[in-house]
Design a protein around this ligand. Sequence first.
Ligand code: AKG
Length: 472
Amino acid sequence: MGIKIEGKIEKVNGLELSYDDFVKRYMEKNQPVVLTGLTDQWRACTDWVTSNGKPNLQFFATHFPKSTVQVADCGTREFTDQKRVQMSVSKFVDQWVQGSVQEEGSNASTKDVRDKPLLYLKDWHLVKEYPEYTAYTTPLFFCDDWLNLYLDNYRMHKDSDVYSDSNEICCSDYRFVYMGEKGSWTPLHADVFRSYSWSANVCGKKRWLFLSPSQSHLVFDRNMKSSVYNIFDEVSETKFPGFKKAIWLECIQEPNEIIFVPSGWYHQVHNLEDTISINHNWFNGYNLCWVWDLLLKDYNEAKEYIEDIKDICDDFEGLCQRNLAANTGMNFYDFLIFLARLCFANLVQICHLRGDGERSVCSMSPVAQQLTSNLVSIQKIALKMNSLEGLTKTHKSHFNSSETLSNPEFIKLCMVLEKTYGVIYSQQTSDYHSKRSLVDDIRDLDIIKGHTFEVSTPEDLAKLIDHFIRIL
Ligand SMILES: O=C(O)CCC(=O)C(=O)O
């Protein structure tokens, strides 16, 4: 019996949608949408596509032949994902071309005897690898991206056990290129960190199947441990008793359309044609609670997994956090330091905007309102973290505002944040009461100057925000 599909995803012309409407209708409500009209100026849409609308494989082989990329073998499962191998772009292109020649040469009776694996290039960090080559610009709707903004300046987790030179690029950002032949696909999953994602088809067509988070329990086994891998398989009713009750939303994504995938929506994706897509994961104040909820769930699982060695372990909590970072990509301490830095960057920005101006004038500006609402969402998470027992003061996450202010990475973070909200809200220079640039202003900001703020616990962070919200 097939799956139940009972809904479609809304399609909206992105050129006729305001940022505020996107926030209200999709980001805040956590609803998917397809946006059209946003890729017309992208260089990728000419460089990467031939005149007949197919992937220009030769372009990739000529310009990026030596890049090493991850390639999934769509026919082979490995744990919860497809088996992946690394290869150069030129080898991937060669195999694709050989596969198509073989396909063309085959007739109906030999169609199933493909002797080459169906390969799908995934998670290629093209922007990070080739920063000078501007293949596309991130649409405005997706610019409030704390994840990539942070990773451009810091690592999420610093530990020689988890990080090595070989995964330097691989954990460096969440901006990807995907390329795959017709028939290549991505198994059912919800996104990393329960982030939002957007995915733009540069060429080709995809079929997406979505499940609302309110139904995600239906794709899990009785113990809520493993989820269905391929929704089009014969799914065992004994193992996944809720599966056949799941109601799916379907979307056929055409070339030049961008799909917004909200937090926690399980999805499975099939390339209906040879396809190239660009894909970012991100989070911000609107979905930060999803990130924390996942981290907490993964932490509880990591803890439960080693519960039996608790009594003989010198540093049980430390081991849980290590395992959490290895499995999820960050642990509580990483997340707290991330929140503290983001919070301080927002504070610096508010102080810079405000200059010596009146509080009421500053709070009227849309940027100031956004920055304040960012602080409120960070504070909510800090309070949730604080309600957990056991997350006590530790040297592992220590934030000091004076040290942070003298850090060039932090200054860069503040500047990019300023630029980002400037673009989103078409910031006027008259909105700034300070006549100086952020970089000149930063060390002299009256509220920051002469004070050092320390954050070692979520409680410290919540109090710091409380203090500023009251005085700003
Ligand atoms: O395009 C694909 O194959 C998968 C993309 C995806 O799963 C995502 O954007 O989260």
